[in-house]
Design a protein. Structure first.
Length: 287
């Protein structure tokens, strides 16, 4: 079993654009095999440019969405849902052009939406999200791309917080190319047991992001890493492990993820130390 170690561009530049070719060089220089491109503005990126940078540096590419205002497939407004689907299709096109196996992220609703809805309204929201994601999944399947849905903690979304809820949404789409992105930061808040949650997800685990309980360097806090990695072994996960954190200097992102203080001496230190931790603990058992 062999896993691919990657670094999120959220640690390098925001919004990531074609002016940030150096990010590929830095990621390769740290020793990573993959760069996860977070698509904040599709107009700033082309699949051709990303593929060229990947070939130049020898990195694989993963595509992750950024679901801010206006990108809500669960909205009751048809125009908003269609705009969100248009954004998702753009991400799928980038994935297809770069060889990314998936588009990942909390694509079911706008991030930061937390409301007390009654059961009827919540069911309607869930159904709108499932129907829209089924449409996106059909588009993605035609391009050989999967969708990896990310559960977020309760302070960042009111719709999908746990693996169990994520699996329900996957099933509701009726699409085999819809699965889960597991993120240890959110799981550490919401799951009773990280290991049990991973095993429950099983072969629906399409992607994994790793971050410490404070969004800092993996291995520097209290996330139960041995339990987590053992569970990935148990389900024979051999995909990507991406170190994710966020630039504290970008005010919009820092505010969105409640990042009020530095979580590492520097983003470079987080990237280097995170990779060292993954190499020691996260590679998976020998097959």
């Amino acid at each position: 079993m062999s896993r691919t170690f990657g670094l999120s561009t959220f640690t390098l530049a925001s919004p990531f654009s074609e002016r940030d070719a150096e990010a590929f060089d830095r990621t390769a220089g740290f020793g990573y095999e993959l760069i996860e491109v977070c698509v904040e503005d599709p107009a700033l990126l082309s699949g051709e440019w990303l593929a060229q940078q990947a070939e130049r540096t020898g990195l694989a590419v993963g595509i992750c969405g950024a679901f801010g205002p206006g990108r809500d497939v669960s909205s009751p407004e048809p125009a908003t849902r269609e705009a969100a689907l248009g954004y998702l299709r753009s991400c799928v096109d980038l994935a297809a052009a770069t060889g990314s196996p998936h588009v990942a992220g909390p694509m079911y609703a706008v991030t930061g939406q937390t409301r007390m809805l009654d059961a009827e309204d919540r069911t309607a929201q869930f159904r709108r999200a499932a129907d829209a994601l089924a449409e996106a999944a059909d588009y993605a399947a035609g391009r050989g791309v999967r969708l990896a849905i990310e559960a977020l903690n309760r302070f960042e979304t009111d719709l999908v917080n746990t693996v169990e809820q994520g699996l329900a949404l996957c099933e509701a789409t009726g699409a085999e190319n819809v699965g889960l992105l597991l993120d240890t930061f959110h799981m550490n808040i919401e799951e009773k047991s990280l290991g049990d949650a991973v095993r429950l997800a099983g072969d629906r685990v399409f992607h994994v992001q790793v971050s410490e309980n404070d969004r800092g360097t993996p291995g520097s806090g209290h996330v139960p890493w041995d339990e987590f990695f053992q569970a990935l072994d148990d389900i024979d996960y051999d995909g990507q492990l991406v170190v994710e954190s966020f630039l504290p200097t970008v005010r919009e992102i820092a505010r969105a993820v409640s990042l009020w203080r530095p979580v590492a001496p520097s983003m470079d230190a987080l990237a280097r130390d995170g990779l060292a931790f993954l190499r020691e603990h996260g590679g998976g058992r020998a097959s």
